[in-house]
Structure formats: C-alpha cells, structure tokens
Write a protein that binds this ligand. Sequence first.
Ligand code: TMP
Length: 237
Amino acid sequence: MMSTQPLYEGKAKRLYLTDDAQALRMEFKDEATAFNAEKKADFANKGKLNKAITLLMYQMLHEKNVETHLIEDIDEINLLVKKVDILMVEVIVRNVAAGGFSKRLGVAEGTPFKKPIVEFSYKSDALGDPLINDDYARELGLATPQECQILKDKALIINEVMIDFFLKCGLKLVDFKIEFGKLADGTIVLADEISPDTCRLWDIETGKKMDKDRFRQDLGDVMEGYAEVLERISKQA
Ligand code: TMP
C-alpha cells in the first residue's frame, strides 16, 4: 500500500500508486510555493492541515451531491482517491476582487462582484498557468466546448455550496481554484484539493486573511490562519 516512488509530484502534493489500479494515494506536503514557485517555504503541519481541510470539504460537498475523487481517509497526510485523468484546465471562481484579478485590472481588493466570475487557466507550470478561455481550451485540446460548459456549471454550484458553508464558519469565500478529473467512464468529478492554499478566505467580521495570502504577502502566522480555518470548519461539519 505505502509505495515509496511517487507516480507524480506537484508543488504541494505527491501521488502514489496503490494495490488497487483504480485508486491513488494523495500525500499533502509541508512545502508552500507562490508566484509560480518563485517564492518557497516549508511550513510544519501544512500537509496535515490541508489534508484535514480537504477531507472535510469533500465530505461536506458529497452531502450536497457534488461528486469528488475522494474514496477515504488514510492517515494524517494521506487520502485515498480515485484515479482520474486530470483536465489541464484550472477553474477559478471569484466572488470578490483580489489577487491576480486586482493586479491585472487595477480593481481594488475587496470590491464585490454582482455575480461570480468563472475563469480558466492552462495548468502548465512551464508557462505560469496562463489565463485562457473556451476557445483556447478547444484549440489546445484541453477540453471540448461541452466540457468547458460542464466545468463552469459545476464550479458555480460548488461556489454556492462553499459560500454558504464558509459563511456559517464566519468566513467570506473571496475566490478559489479547483481542478477536475475524468473517471474511467468519462464522468467529470472534482479532484485535487480544497484548502487555504487554493481558496481566499477572509474573516467575516475583521476581514483578516486566513489563507495562503498570509505567505504571499508576508503577513506572518501563516499556519495559525490554516489551523483556525480547520477549527471553524470542524465545528460546522
Ligand atoms: P489569483 O488571484 O492569484 O489568480 O488566484 C485565484 C485563486 O486561485 C486564489 O484563491 C488562489 C488560487 N490559486 C491556486 O490555487 N493556485 C495557483 O497557482 C494560483 C495562481 C491561484
């Protein structure tokens, strides 16, 4: 079960084969990167916190009929997941201006949108995950127009479910990035992780940032933010 050679290693996780050809072990690392790995650091317990948060978020989403690649919990830093073909399109949903949106377009951080914005980027570290649209995805062979529509529809449902859930935890869901994978039968399911690495979460009362922006912007107490997110969602779950 505990193979030692990763099948794939990303910036925040490793994937390993298991005895079951249809299942992989997903290990959460303590390493953090930002700005396409220009900035790097190790945070003790990040793997544990992000694994625990992803597990609770996936369980919560399952209850709301959102299918994910989760099979079951393994241990502190590992989840057992269904083997999927990851679509090389990252799907970003924004409810409030921040990060890359604010930088690119000069819109003040914190400006709310009337409706959520769904954005695609090409999952390519070599190219720095460039912004793309449905036509780019079609021509690059990343996803068909029908698949792009499925990604948008699913992302907006996931956004609504997560906005409600985080609100109950006293957190504002500013934006997030998700990835999808295809099961052997072609079904598209949510994959990868949902954590403070991949979501912007602000305290509803104080606006305090509780996510990876604490690292990106050198705000300090990075893991304290993640731990607080875990504590709050554990109480809601
Ligand atoms: P951005 O504003 O930097 O484009 O980020 C939008 C959201 O996506 C934010 O919640 C952080 C997340 N994100 C990732 O998970 N991985 C990435 O590589 C990037 C750039 C952003």
